[in-house]
Design a protein around this ligand. Structure first.
Ligand SMILES: [Zn+2]
Length: 312
């Protein structure tokens, strides 16, 4: 089969993937998660989300990767409807998020790695039961803490084996610590090509040596909290821009990805947030001011996500 990108509307030729947001959500529910008393949600209202996605499209957006895992709001039929309504090409993830979010029915602690991997491969091959919608990437899968639990290790190994069996890339959740290196170690033990791995949420751990360690192992590094305003992100952005420029100057443009991880109602334009256009309206102009060239911006926002999403 020719190389292709698997969207929720079916396979598409990689060259049709343009400006891409590689780590987003279009609906999330976390109320059932123990101790998650502080969270509201990303609205199930389809028309609101469609308006926000159309705004992304109008400004030159092409493709959006929805990494919401099963159990916290993934809805394949809804994703396909959103794609049809808006003209945005949507790629859906698969896998399990992090231990405190694993749905009880997934029985992660009772099944073998191969059994878990077989479920992911079956989704890729046959589509999500009853929908005909196929995932195009593994993720987001991650660690809840700065270490990897036994169940999380099982999920990472299952994702690795599913990646090798299907060609899908793996996108991770790794926050406020160098835990992304633990993820890479597991993938390496399983024989995954690091170029098929995206270590996510790099902006939450702004340490140059950590970035270099991930990049020098050959993996991709993703800054995907851009535009977040939940804590100190706004104050931290100038330093983050410096770090991205430093990585570009050192020649890593081919391994960097940028996204916004919209995951909460407060981020929508309907609620005075940046919606899905923080990169287009704010962050990329800031990079240009920092003398980042159009070629590098295109690599990070078009070429790299296209390469990651292409099933060889
Ligand atoms: Zn996310």
């Amino acid at each position: 089969m020719a190389p292709r990108v698997m969207s929720v509307s079916g396979p598409i030729p990689p060259e049709r993937v343009g400006f891409t947001l590689p780590h987003e959500h279009t609906g999330i529910h976390l109320w059932h998660v123990p101790d998650r008393w502080d969270y509201w949600e990303l609205t199930p209202d389809e028309l609101t989300i469609a308006d926000e996605l159309r705004d992304f499209r109008r400004r030159g957006g092409s493709t959006l990767v929805d990494l919401t895992p099963p159990g916290v709001g993934r809805d394949p039929d809804r994703l396909r409807r959103l794609a049809t309504r808006t003209g945005v090409q949507v790629v859906m993830g698969t896998g399990w998020y992090r231990q405190s979010y694993y749905p009880a029915e997934a029985l992660i602690d009772r099944r073998s790695v191969d059994d878990l991997a077989a479920e992911l491969v079956a989704e890729f091959t046959d589509g999500v039961a009853g929908t005909g919608v196929h995932p195009g990437i593994l993720g987001e899968i991650g660690t809840d803490k700065p270490w990897m639990t036994a169940q999380e290790e099982r999920v990472h190994r299952a994702a690795a084996r599913a990646s090798k069996a299907t060609g899908m890339a793996i996108s991770t959740h790794a926050v406020m610590s160098p835990v992304g290196l633990d993820q890479l170690r597991i993938f390496d033990e399983e024989g995954v090509d690091p170029r098929r791995v995206v270590i996510g949420h790099a902006d939450s751990y702004p340490v140059l040596d950590h970035y270099l360690a991930v990049l020098d192992r050959g993996a991709n590094l993703e800054f995907d909290f851009l535009g977040h305003r939940f804590g100190t992100e706004e104050a931290a952005e100038p330093r983050l821009v410096q770090l991205v420029v430093e990585l570009l100057e050192r020649g890593y443009a081919g391994q960097l990805l940028l996204s916004q991880d919209v995951c909460h109602n407060s981020q929508l334009k309907a609620n005075e947030g940046f919606g899905y256009t923080y990169l287009q309206q704010h962050f990329l102009p800031t990079l240009r001011t920092a003398a980042v060239g159009e070629g590098e911006i295109r690599q990070m926002t078009v070429d790299n996500p296209r390469r990651v999403l292409t099933i060889p």
